[in-house]
Each structure stands twice: as C-alpha cells, then as structure tokens.
Write a protein that binds this ligand. Sequence first.
Ligand SMILES: *Cc1c(COP(=O)(O)O)cnc(C)c1O
Ligand SMILES: [Zn+2]
Length: 409
Amino acid sequence: MSYFTHLECSKCGKRFEADRLQTVCDACGKPLFARYDLEAVSEAVSKDDLVGREATMWRYWELLPVKERRNVVSLGEGWTPLTHVRRLGAEIGVPDLWVKDEGIIPTGTFKARGLSMAVSKAKELGVNRLALPSAGNAAGAMTAYGARAGMESYVFMPVDVPKVNAVECQAVGAKVVLVRGLISDCGKIVSQGVEEMGWFPLSTLKEPYRVEGKKTMGLEVAEQMDWELPDVIIYPTGGGTGIIGMWKAFDEMEELGWIGSDRPRMVSVQAEGCAPLPKAFEEGKDESEFWEGAETIAAGLRVPHALGDFLILNAVRESGGTALAVSDEEIMDNVGMLARNEGLFACPEGAATLAGLRRMIADGQVDADERVVLFNTGTGLKYTDLFEVNAPIIDPDEEIDFRGLLGSS
Ligand SMILES: *Cc1c(COP(=O)(O)O)cnc(C)c1O
Ligand SMILES: [Zn+2]
C-alpha cells in the first residue's frame, strides 16, 4: 500500500489534503510536496524487500502517492540501466563514470516518469481532461499516458516545436494547437481555457505529482549502486523536477535508514543560451531571474524561469555542488563523444552533462578516483533534425573503389 498522508508547501510548510485535486500553495504560490508516514514505511518494508519487485518505477509503491493499484497508468517506465561507461571514463580521466540512461523509457524521455505518476494520480482523483503548454517532450509523455488512461488531452505548443513532438501527440489522439508565440504564451492560453473546458493542467511543479515520478530516479540510483550514493550527480536542468525529486528521495531514504547522511554533490547543467540557475548560483542568490531570449538546441533546458528554482539552488548548495552552463557546440560535440565511445546516442540535454563534467575536470572540481553519475534524460532519436546525413551516395551498378569511397586503408 501507499503511505501517502498529505501535501505540504515546499516553501511555507502549509498543509493540504491528499484526497483532493491540488495545484500550488494558495498562501505563497510555491510547489507542494507529497508527504508520507515514513515511520510506518520503515516498519513495513526493508531494502531487501525490494529485491525481485517489478522492473519499473512502481517498485517503490509505498513511497508513491497513488493509493489504489487499479489507478496506475503505466507503459513500463523506470528501472532504466545504470551503465558503467568504462571507455569514455578512461578517455576523460574519470574511470568510475556511469550513465543513468533514460533514453530507453516509453516516449523516449524521462518525462514519462513524471507524467505516468501525474496522470495516474489525476485518474484517481476523477480527472478526465488533461491540458499542457509544452515545447516538447512533456507533451508526448502526457498524451501517451492520457490515451492509455482513456482521457482527453489538449496540448498548446509553439509553432516552431520540433516535428516529432507534435506528431507523437497527434499519433495518440491528442488535440494539438500550434501557437505563434513562446511557451509562456501557451501557458497563458491553457490557464484561460481551464474553467470553460474543464481541464486539469499538468504543468511542471504546478501539480504535485510529476516530481514524485522523477523522485524514483534517486531511489533507483541508490538501489542500483547497492545503497551507496555516488560522489557526484550531474543533471541537465530545465524546470528542475528531476534534481528536486532526487533530493527529496535522498531525504526520505535517510529517514527510512536506507542510506546515511552523505549526499552526492549535485551539479545542475544548463545551456549558455538559457542559464538562469548558474547565474543565480554565481551571484549567491536564492532565486533566479527570468532569462530573456532563451535559446538552445537542448529544448528541455529552454526554461527561462523555474518555479522550483529555490529548491534546485538549495540542493546544489547544500550538497557542495555547482551550477554551470555549456555551449550548444560543446553539447553537440559530446553527443558524438558519448555515441562513438559507448554506442549510446544521447539527447542534447544528456550530452550537456558530459560537457559539464569535462569542464569540471579541467577546473579540478572532480578527482580522478570519484564516482560520477551523468543523467541522459532521453534518446537522441527524438532529435534527428539536429543532424545531417553525411554519407557518399553511389549507384548499385557502378564500379566501386571501396578504399577511396570509405576513406580507409
Ligand atoms: C524536460 C527535459 C529536461 C529537464 O528536466 P527537468 O527535470 O524539468 O529539469 C532534460 N532533458 C530532457 C530530454 C527533457 O525533456
Ligand atoms: Zn506556501
């Protein structure tokens, strides 16, 4: 069973009921966190009880907010591989390097975790119409789980969104509207339609359960590393649900006695063209400012202002980590680096973590004997429009000079 008890504001601590639809705190406007009866959980389950459970994020049932199994809307998300990337690690001078590979998850990105959880909980609370302003992967995940739940989904996207993101929503039967404007314009449109259309919007951190899905990444890293957290975790940050969720998971696991009080240094990587968090980190601020003119090929990082910025900055600082920005050129170089060395075709956001790590190594911020986990948050296969095919073209009946054609000796 689930030991979910209530919701609590992550900023002011105000308490909210668990059994009703909630959005953000009505006192301060900040995100709400799900709280659990951890004492009861620690009596009911041990780490060993997890062995052999289903290979999805739902293995952590007691620490998740869905009360009844029949409300779970799942496509098999989670329990993704944590891969030791030996060749790449040796090449860059950190041999104990690992990639948590979210590229193989349903819908192709880890947005599936958050939206499987949020759609399941929405179903439990009687929602049947979902809505989302999205510039990308969240829409694909929401609409897929919406379809599986038998709900209607409505998505408003900027008109210049990559084709794949509009197509995947349409494929599962969602209503897609393209907006000549920015993601913030799409957000305003969704709010306008909420009352008339009876929508429940699933925007990042504006509903409390996506973060509970992302939290399972922290649980999985701990369990997959035999309950020894790594020295450093590098995470590509947009709205920051992943970093916020993992940080929350670490606290819950400590309270359960599953891990000690040591924490990995949490590193938040953003793109130079949209870097509100590194800026706030460097300036010693607790909150970030809106980033004007946000631009990067890593669409998941194109978030000019994160509602949970104070939570991200807190995790980064408390853990002794850092926040840094990398260029789009570095990102693309590192997509190639990861792919050629390990056969792992990462999304640009995932490659940004490798770019960040290489900068930290160059600056002496990571030691050669440290254990580092990079988060690859999605598959490169969703981003093929960033690449060109660079191959010679031949006719089947022409005489072929193989060595000349292939540039090999
Ligand atoms: C949304 C997204 C991110 C950013 O995730 P947050 O947890 O919201 O910071 C990173 N990578 C990809 C591929 C994404 O779609
Ligand atoms: Zn509050």
